[in-house]
Design a protein around this ligand. Structure first.
Ligand code: AMP
Length: 467
């Protein structure tokens, strides 16, 4: 196995790599870095979690620090395009980390926030631009960024950019970058459109690939519960309370679904946040920070929002809804088992999702282990927001927010972790789900459904709830 030292990277980069605790390059790094250092274009087939960011960031930093700039042209010298704000931010952080002894500035450009600070970062002499295509085009149209000095051009997660409709912006951006450049394109999958895009942007590229599914997937302990839709959230809460769950990502099909799950979990005293495209950038950043720091151990996300999410130490991935495309299953569960760690992936499958499950098992060439439903799974209280009619009747046995906080249902999400105010909420839900869950239809939810937030294993502190 190659050691990083054998890769002829600049000493300043090797130092940063050592400080990060990396000893050996991952397969995609071992394959992509040598040709990239020699100046070849690279077509990399690799998914998130394989170490592909360093596979392009390290050679880019190396060549930036060893090659002269285009004569007479100021402005950024490296451009990395990424599909989402989160991924762009993470790539920016990787450049900061790996490049910390190199002394090159970078700027991260994405939409949804004011452009002022980003423009300022470019003006301050950023050598590296990490951008989502939309905002970059905006800045180009306003003549606030000049790409004529770009020597190193990378497209990350090209297949996702294509899915998100960025093909035209990418072509425009590529046309604004000098033809004399080094180009790298990374993609998890290689459908014909990506092949076509690669052919038009790359020049005699060296193609490197890491086996997409098996290597990551094999380390992940996967299982599946057949469960009807209405009880998924009860099962989720039940499983989230297990000690082994330290940091979990829960995938839902829709943004609305993600919000709903968060509301229900919070009402049950399980700190959680949602990230998806409808959230303001500041909310997403806040949620991600809280997740990274461990303050909020459960993140509920849609596929697109979670794309590129790079957080170490995710112990569990839950497929609350099965993904519509089987490949997404592999991407999702790859959130755990990062960089050699092992992880657990738990999927819920209702009747209507059986076809999706079949497609997943066909793709991964494996049967996911079925588990019987836990017998002691409690029914969660329903949050105040959707059941204001009955809520005040129960008025929380303690806790100063009793019935007072119920107006308009709005406080429901914010009152997460205060389950006692929601005790009555299970009624409406029970009415619907009685057929499924067994048990008496309108019995008050048992004690286990009213946990104090202190039951949450990864949750420390008693007064920290964001309100
Ligand atoms: P990526 O696929 O670029 O999102 O990287 C996945 C994770 O692997 C990140 O958390 C990196 O910090 C980590 N990582 C990247 N390269 C290595 C390496 N050679 N050794 C150990 N961890 C790594």
């Amino acid at each position: 196995m190659t050691h990083f030292d054998a890769l002829s990277l600049a000493p300043a980069l090797l130092k940063a790599i050592r400080e990060e605790g990396y000893s050996t390059p991952t397969p995609i790094q071992a394959k992509a870095i040598p040709p990239a250092l020699e100046g070849h274009d690279v077509l990399g087939i690799a998914q998130t979690g394989t170490g592909k960011t360093a596979a392009f960031a390290l050679p880019t930093l190396h060549r930036l620090s060893t090659q002269p700039a285009h004569a007479g042209i100021k402005g950024p010298r490296a451009l990395i395009l990424a599909p989402t704000r989160e991924l762009a931010a993470q790539i920016g952080e990787s450049f900061a980390t790996y490049g910390r002894h190199v002394g090159l500035r970078h700027a991260v450009i994405f939409g949804g926030v004011g452009q002022g600070p980003q423009v300022q970062a470019i003006r301050n002499g950023a050598a590296i631009l990490v951008a989502t295509p939309g905002r970059l085009i905006d800045l180009m149209d306003q003549r606030l960024v000049d790409l004529r000095g770009i020597q190193f051009f990378t497209l990350d997660e090209a297949d996702r950019m294509l899915d998100m409709g960025f093909i035209e912006p990418i072509r425009r951006i590529a046309a604004a970058v000098p033809a004399k450049r080094q180009t790298m394109l990374f993609s998890a999958t290689m459908p014909p459109e990506i092949r076509k895009l690669a052919n038009s942007l790359l020049n005699h590229a060296v193609e490197v690939a890491v086996t997409p599914t098996s290597s990551t997937v094999e380390r992940i302990d996967q299982c599946l519960y057949a469960i009807e839709r209405a009880r998924k959230v009860d099962l989720l809460a039940h499983l989230l309370r297990e000690d082994a769950v330290k940091r979990a990502v829960v995938f839902t099909k829709t943004k609305h679904g993600a919000d709903k799950v968060v509301k229900r979990l919070r009402a049950a005293g399980i700190p959680s946040d949602a990230i998806h495209g409808n959230k303001a950038q500041s909310q997403r950043t806040k949620a991600l920070d809280a997740f990274r720091s461990g303050r909020t151990p459960v993140l509920v996300a849609t596929d697109i929002a979670a794309r590129g999410l790079d957080v170490d130490g995710i112990t569990h991935v839950f497929n609350f809804d099965l993904p519509m495309e089987p490949e997404a299953y592999v991407h999702r569960i790859g959130r755990t088992a990062r960089a050699g760690a092992s992880g657990v992936a738990i999927s819920f499958c209702d009747n209507e999702e059986r076809g999706l499950l079949k497609a997943i098992e066909k793709l991964t060439k494996a049967n996911i282990e079925r588990r019987p439903l836990p017998t002691d799974m409690a029914v969660l209280p329903k949050p105040a927001a959707s059941e204001h009619r009955g809520a005040p009747a129960h008025g929380g046995s303690r806790g100063g927010h009793g019935g007072g906080g119920q107006r308009g249902g709005k406080p429901a999400g914010k009152r997460g972790g205060k389950p006692q105010g929601n005790r009555g909420g299970s009624h409406g839900e029970r009415g619907q789900s009685a057929s499924a869950g067994g048990g008496t239809a309108v019995a008050e939810a048992p004690a286990a459904a009213q946990p104090s937030r202190h039951n949450w294993p990864g949750y420390r502190g008693t007064t920290r709830r964001g309100r």
